[in-house]
Design a protein around this ligand. Structure first.
Ligand SMILES: Cc1ncc(C[n+]2csc(CCOP(=O)(O)OP(=O)(O)O)c2C)c(N)n1
Ligand SMILES: [Mg+2]
Length: 362
């Protein structure tokens, strides 16, 4: 087994990328930030109900990871999913409408914040049960490999990005997923968004070997590395090499991406478990600010060009909110649709009203 480590900065792949691409990443990170700021306002104004977890502070992770793979590589994640869907390219209006519970939403308004989904863009959710998406990530990788190698008799060319929080590291399902991924040589990249907290529990309090979680993957014979998740250039660099490694060798890999969520766990979190000093330290190391500085100092991008990008995303999110508000609520019949592949469930072909009638018989 080879241990992959992050390349020295002077060999950074991202640093050699053209300016248009880097400005595109800045735009995507700003779009996520603006989307989340307006999401928090809409939540406070009761336009959004249910659980809602914003991604502010972690933007470099979704953007850097998504940039490192191709649009046909599947993505699956947990409930803090707004950034991943936006980075993958789902239009903001379909996501905002989803949170507003409207029919125009990406899941017809029936999933909400935690259950974004976009089959056309290979985005498979949005999952509320901690760690539940990790066997799904292994399953997606199994499916792409089976399709490419067995059905199409070619070489597997796709890699699945399976995101998880540090809180999912101790779920049994995750360990089963790691084991099977290792055993079946599945091309899945486990991207741990290690923001240091699982709700109010610091990683050091809840996770053994929390200071070096790569050991967990290495224990399963899976290559692993650690990267600074506050720097989109470094995230891209590490992820591109890891994703290419998974693709070429049809093997799983694991990346500990060190990041920080600037806001609370969800919309109702007074953040009493961490200090204001700690928050300020991370806020002063804003991933968007870091990329802006790089573009200005290393690439000579004018401050005005950066302001234009910001102006553009403000417009886009404003338009998304208007579009979401104009979208109707789902009709009541929608309640029973999209629950099972078979319209009335995996039973006997009996319709739901008939089933309910039958279940009331003595
Ligand atoms: C199986 C399960 N147990 C508990 C919960 C409650 N819960 C929701 S989020 C969360 C914390 C997960 O933290 P982490 O994986 O680090 O993700 P983050 O919120 O930091 O993005 C918990 C315990 C849940 N959703 N599912
Ligand atoms: Mg966490």
């Amino acid at each position: 087994m080879t241990m992959l480590t992050t390349r020295p900065a002077d060999e950074n792949l991202a640093a050699s990328l053209d300016q248009a691409r880097l400005l595109g990443w800045l735009r995507d990170m700003m779009l996520i930030r603006e989307f989340e700021v307006r999401t928090m306002q809409a939540y406070q104004n009761r336009k959004i109900g249910g659980f809602c977890h914003v991604y502010i502070g972690q933007e470099a992770v979704a953007v850097g990871c998504t940039a490192a793979v191709t649009p046909v590589d599947p993505i699956v994640t947990a409930y803090r999913d707004h950034g991943h869907a936006l980075a993958r390219g789902t239009p903001a209006r379909y996501l905002m409408a989803e949170m507003f519970g409207r029919i125009g939403g990406c899941a017809k308004g029936k999933g909400g914040s935690m259950h974004f989904f976009d089959r056309d863009r290979e985005f498979y959710g949005g999952h509320g049960i901690v760690g539940a998406q990790t066997p799904l990530g292994a399953g997606l990788a199994f499916a792409t490999k089976y399709e490419d190698e067995v059905l199409n008799r070619g070489r597997s060319r796709r890699v699945t990005l399976c995101f998880l929080g540090d809180g999912a590291l101790n779920q049994g399902a995750f360990h089963e997923a790691l084991n099977l991924a290792g055993l079946f040589d599945l091309p899945v990249l486990f991207c741990v968004e290690n923001n240091g907290y699982s709700m109010g529990t610091a990683i050091s309090r809840g996770t053994t070997m929390g200071h070096d979680i790569t050991k967990k993957a290495i224990g399963y014979g899976i290559d692993a590395t650690t990267v600074d998740g506050m720097d989109v250039l470094k995230v891209y660099d590490a992820m591109k090499r890891m994703a290419d490694h998974c693709r070429e060798n049809s093997r799983p890999a694991f990346v500990d991406i060190r990041t920080y969520r600037f806001k609370g766990h969800s919309m109702s979190d007074p953040r009493k478990y961490r200090t204001r000093e700690e928050e300020e330290r991370y806020e002063s190391d804003d991933p968007i600010g870091r990329l802006e500085t790089f573009l200005r100092d290393e690439r000579g991008v004018e401050a005005e060009a950066i302001r234009d990008v910001m102006q553009g995303v403000r417009e886009e999110v404003r338009e998304a909110i208007e579009w979401a508000e104009a979208s109707p609520e789902p009709p009541i019949e929608e309640l029973h649709h999209d629950v099972y592949v078979e319209p009335h469930g995996p039973y006997t072909g009996t319709s739901l009203p008939e089933m309910l009638r039958e279940s009331k018989r003595p």
